[in-house]
Ligand binder design. Structure first.
Ligand code: NAD
Ligand code: ZN
Length: 346
């Protein structure tokens, strides 16, 4: 259940007072501790004791070592099955906190309070939790829904512009795969800032929620959310431990450019449509130089992508603006062409 919070967080207080949790753990990273926790605690009215769990910020923390530390702390603090974890942060916190909660003692309850645009419109919704393994993203995880998702767009006021853009990429994706009007609304924005984006957040959340509702276990239509993510994830993984890591949404923007071109090469959309899409994505995202990566490494990652069965590379591709096909097997030649197309855009 997604709730837009009012100024004094009445809905959370109501929720907590209706339930009988033994203890509350609030998971934050160093930034959400500084920028979001004071506002949250300032509005929290609960008799239940709570503990703050803080981790360093960043994707590098979304791993088994951090999960293990958190399981150990929960154990030391005698968290029982009636404990609650509140994930207050971006997608790293909601993915990691959800994973820790859904596995500790075979699952305790958690709620998500996303504080980045990406987590509001995407990561905190949909019941996927997870951590990275080696340089593969989200390799280990669970399908588990938070008890509640509370969204408060004013948290975005302290979010760095680059992070805001990262979430904007996922919003564009929602428009492209499912809602032409949403795409058209978003491309009217000249600048992506917290105030300008606020009116469109709810629509983006609803698109994701609808898709998830139709196919929770990703057997069919949920796969459309992977548009831009097949090539995007491969590049994100390659960058993960490099000197120039890139944000998830930046990788998705790159992936959407390649995969829009691929949609055209596979005869699913016209050249003109692909050009309009690519031009509008390019307007907001910096070019990422792929020349340091070997084609072989990119393909190895594409083949390892957990979405593929039988070593085939399947894509979710656009069949129009606002519609998407999935399980579309592409020729290696066209995949190569789409990556080379991107390389020439600089
Ligand atoms: P993030 O959690 O790392 O947050 C980005 C940065 O913003 C961090 O430095 C964080 O400390 C900081 N921050 C967060 N809120 C802030 C605020 N209000 N003010 C100031 N700083 C703030 O990253 P993200 O972009 O939110 O999420 C990316 C992660 O989400 C990736 O790991 C990705 O795999 C995952 N994801 C998961 C799903 C899913 O369905 N589970 C979907 C999409 C993405
Ligand atoms: Zn994504």
């Amino acid at each position: 259940m997604i709730t837009l919070l009012d100024e004094n967080f009445r809905q959370i207080n109501q929720y907590l007072s209706d339930k009988s949790f033994s203890k509350i753990f609030i998971l934050v990273d160093e930034n959400t501790h500084e920028y979001c926790l004071p506002l949250f605690l300032g509005n929290l009215e609960t008799e239940i004791s709570f503990e703050i769990l803080e981790i360093e910020a960043g994707e590098e923390m979304k791993n088994i070592q951090t999960a293990n530390q958190l399981w150990e702390i929960l154990t030391e603090m005698k968290a029982d099955r009636k404990a609650l974890i509140i994930n207050l942060g971006g997608g790293v916190i909601t993915d990691l906190g959800g994973f820790v909660a859904s596995t500790y003692k075979r699952g305790i309850q958690f709620i998500n309070i996303p504080t980045t645009l990406l987590a509001m419109c995407d990561a905190s919704i949909g019941g996927k939790t997870g951590i990275d393994l080696m340089h593969y993203k989200n390799m280990v995880g669970t399908f588990s829904f938070p008890e509640q998702i509370y969204v408060y767009p004013k948290f975005l006021e302290t979010l760095p512009a680059k992070e805001l853009k990262s979430g904007f990429a996922e919003m564009l994706k929602h428009g492209l795969i499912a809602d032409k009007k949403h795409w058209e609304d978003l491309i009217q924005l000249h600048e992506v800032d917290a105030l300008g984006i606020e009116p469109f957040i709810q629509q983006s959340m609803e698109i994701k929620q609808e898709v998830v509702k139709a196919d929770f276990h990703e057997k069919n239509v949920r796969k459309t959310l992977n548009f831009g993510h097949t090539i995007g994830h491969a590049i994100e993984s390659l960058c993960l431990h490099s000197e120039n890591p890139i944000l998830h949404g930046e990788a998705v923007a790159l992936g959407m450019i390649c995969e829009s071109h691929l949609s055209y090469l596979e005869d699913l959309i016209s050249k003109e449509e692909s050009e309009v899409i690519i031009e509008n994505i390019q307007k907001h995202f910096c070019f990422i130089d792929l020349n340091n990566f070997k084609e072989e490494d990119i393909f190895n990652l594409l083949l390892n992508d957990k979405k593929n069965a039988d070593a085939k590379i399947n894509f979710s591709l656009l069949s129009g603006i606002g519609s998407c096909v999935f399980d579309h097997e592409c020729s290696t030649e066209n995949i190569q062409k789409s990556i080379n197309f991107y390389k020439k855009l600089s």
